[in-house]
Design a protein around this ligand. Structure first.
Ligand code: NAD
Length: 477
C-alpha cells in the first residue's frame, strides 16, 4: 500500500485526514501521498512553535550550535536516502550537480550558520553613556519553500532561524513535499519538540500560515506573484519578510573573450537543475564577432550531457519538474519560433514518458520576445548578439528582476567595470550562480528583498535591540 508521509508537529508525526498523490516527473510512477494540513493543523503547528520558542531562545549560543552540528550529522548520515527522494520527486539526477550535490549543500549550509556568532556591538560610548546593540530572536518564523532545490532552500530558511533562537513552521512546495517532510522528520530526532514543525499542501495552506497572527516573520522563496500576495498578507499581522523571488539573469560575454575554456562553467551556470534555478543565466549577450565561437563551444558541452532518469548512473540532466513548468517552456520556445527565432539545438519535446525537454539554444532573437523577457525557468537559453557594450548593458538591465548576472572576460578589470553597471544583487565574473554560505545573496527590483547567508543572513532573522546605559559620575572621595 502506498505510504502517506507525515508532517511533524511538537516532535510527533501528525495523523492526516486528506492527502494528495506525488509522482515521479521522469517516469510518472506514483511515489506515495503527502498530507494536506487542515486550518486546525496549521494552528497547532504555530502554537507548538510558539510554546517551544522561549526555552529554545534561552539556551546558550554554544548549546544551540552543538545541536545544529548534530543536525548536520543527521543530514550527512541520511544523504543517500534523502538524495534519492530528491531525484525521484524533483527530477535532478543523483550524479553531477544534482541531488547528492544538493545534500552536500544542505550539510554546508547547516554547519556554516551553526558556527557563526552575532556578538553584542558597542555602537556608542563616552564618559556619560554606553549604547549596546544586541540581537534578539524574532519569535516564530513561517518558512515557505519552492520546488526547484527543495531541501537546500528549506535548510537556508531553517538553520539561520534556529541558530538565532527562533522556532520554525515550514511548508514545502506541493510539488516536492515528501523529501522535505522526511528531512524534517529525521532532523527532529536531535531537536527539542516544537522547535521545527511542518505543514503541507498548496498555496491555500501557505496562505493560512502567512496570515497567522502569531507568526513573526516569513522567509519566502518562490515566484514574485506569490511574494506580492505575502506582502499584502503582512499588512494584517506586520510579519517581517525576507522574499527571494525569481530572476531573469543576463550573462554578458565581453568582446574577444576566449570561451572554449569557460564554456563548461557557462553551461552549468545556465542549465544546472535544467535551468530551474533562481540564479541561472537565462539570457546570453554575445558580441556579434564572437557569436559563432560562443555557440559552438556551448553546443559542444551540451552534446556531452546524458539526459534521462536521474536514478540511473551517469545521467547528468533530468526532466523538467512538473507539467505546468514543462508546458511553459514548450510554449515560450514555440512562440519564439513563430516570431522567427532560430533553433540552434533542441527546440522540441522529447518522445516518450516524463517531462523531458532537450537543452535548447535559440538565436536570431532579441529583447521584446517573451522567451527573452520572461523567466523561462527551463533548459532554454536565448543568445542575443550585440554590437557595442552599452547596448549589452542596457538590454541586460531592461528587466523587472535583478537577482544575479554574470560577465565573462579575460580582462578582470574591464569585467569589474561592466559588473558595476548591472542592476542585480550579485554579479559573478567568469562564473554564474556560484553561491556560498558566507556570502550574502538577495535580489534587487522584483527579485525580492532581504538577504540570506553569512552574517547578514543571520541578522535578518533577529531583531536589533539597543540597551542604553547612563554612566554615573564617580562619587567624590
Ligand atoms: P511559487 O511562488 O508558485 O510557490 C512557492 C511556494 O509558495 C510554494 O510552497 C507554494 O505552495 C507557496 N504559495 C503559493 N501561493 C501562496 C500564498 N498565497 N501564500 C503563501 N504561500 C503560497 O514558486 P515556485 O514555482 O515553487 O518556485 C519557482 C520560483 O521561485 C521561480 O520564480 C524561481 O526563480 C524562484 N526561486 C527563487 C530563489 C531565490 O533564492 N531568489 C530560489 C529558488 C527559486
Amino acid at each position: 500500500m502506498a505510504t502517506t508521509f507525515a508532517c511533524m508537529v511538537d516532535g510527533q508525526p501528525v495523523p492526516h485526514e486528506q492527502s494528495f498523490e506525488v509522482k515521479n516527473p521522469a517516469t510518472g510512477e506514483s511515489l506515495g501521498f503527502a498530507p494536506i494540513s487542515t486550518p486546525e493543523q496549521v494552528e497547532r503547528a504555530v502554537s507548538s512553535a510558539r510554546a517551544a520558542q522561549p526555552a529554545w531562545a534561552a539556551k546558550s549560543d554554544e548549546e544551540r550550535k552543538a545541536i545544529l552540528m548534530k543536525v548536520a550529522k543527521v543530514l550527512t548520515e541520511n544523504t543517500d536516502y534523502l538524495a534519492k527522494w530528491i531525484t525521484k520527486e524533483q527530477g535532478k539526477p543523483l550524479a553531477g550537480p544534482g541531488s547528492m550535490f544538493e545534500m552536500q549543500a544542505c550539510v554546508g549550509w547547516t554547519q556554516v550558520p551553526a558556527s557563526l556568532d552575532l556578538p553584542t556591538e558597542v555602537v556608542f560610548e563616552d564618559e556619560s553613556r554606553r549604547d549596546e546593540l544586541h540581537r534578539r530572536p524574532i519569535g516564530v518564523i513561517g518558512a515557505i519553500a519552492p520546488w526547484n532545490w527543495p531541501l537546500m532552500i528549506a535548510i537556508w530558511q531553517i538553520i539561520p532561524s534556529l541558530r538565532t533562537g527562533n522556532t520554525v513552521v515550514l511548508k514545502p512546495s506541493e510539488y516536492t513535499s515528501i523529501g522535505t517532510l522526511e528531512m524534517v522528520r529525521l532532523i527532529n530526532t536531535v531537536l527539542p519538540p516544537g522547535v521545527l514543525n511542518t505543514i503541507s499542501g498548496d498555496g491555500k495552506v501557505g496562505d493560512i500560515l502567512v496570515r497567522h497572527q502569531d507568526v513573526d516573520k516569513i522567509m519566502f522563496t518562490g515566484s514574485a506573484s506569490t511574494a506580492k500576495k505575502i506582502i499584502e498578507a503582512s499588512g494584517g499581522n506586520m510579519a517581517r519578510l525576507t522574499l527571494e523571488c525569481g530572476g531573469n539573469d543576463p550573462a554578458i560575454v565581453l568582446p574577444g573573450t576566449e570561451m572554449a575554456s569557460k564554456a563548461g562553467d557557462l553551461f552549468w551556470g545556465s542549465f544546472i537543475n535544467m535551468g530551474q534555478t533562481c540564479a541561472c543565466a537565462k539570457r546570453l549577450y554575445v558580441h556579434e564577432d564572437d557569436y559563432d565561437q560562443v555557440v559552438s563551444s556551448l553546443s559542444a558541452v551540451a552534446d556531452q550531457m546524458p539526459m534521462g532518469n536521474g536514478m540511473e548512473e551517469n545521467i547528468l540532466l533530468g526532466p523538467v519538474q512538473n507539467e505546468m513548468q514543462y508546458n511553459k517552456v514548450i510554449s515560450l520556445v514555440d512562440d519564439a519560433k513563430a516570431r522567427g527565432a532560430k533553433i540552434i539545438r533542441g527546440g522540441s519535446k522529447a518522445e516518450g514518458q516524463g517531462y523531458f525537454y532537450p537543452i535548447t539554444l535559440v538565436g536570431e532573437i532579441d529583447n521584446g520576445i517573451p522567451l527573452v523577457d520572461e523567466e523561462q525557468f527551463g533548459p532554454v537559453l536565448p543568445i542575443i548578439k550585440y554590437k557595442d557594450l552599452d547596448e549589452a548593458v542596457r538590454k541586460a538591465n531592461d528587466t523587472k528582476t535583478g537577482l544575479g548576472a554574470s560577465v565573462w572576460s579575460d580582462d578582470l578589470e574591464q569585467a569589474s567595470q561592466v559588473a558595476s553597471r548591472i542592476e542585480s544583487g550579485t554579479v559573478w565574473i567568469n562564473q554564474h550562480g556560484a553561491i556560498h554560505p558566507m556570502v550574502p545573496f538577495g535580489g534587487m527590483k522584483e527579485s525580492g528583498y532581504g538577504v540570506e547567508f553569512g552574517l547578514e543572513g543571520l541578522k535578518a532573522v533577529t531583531l536589533p535591540q539597543v540597551i542604553s546605559i547612563k554612566k554615573f559620575a564617580p562619587a567624590e572621595a
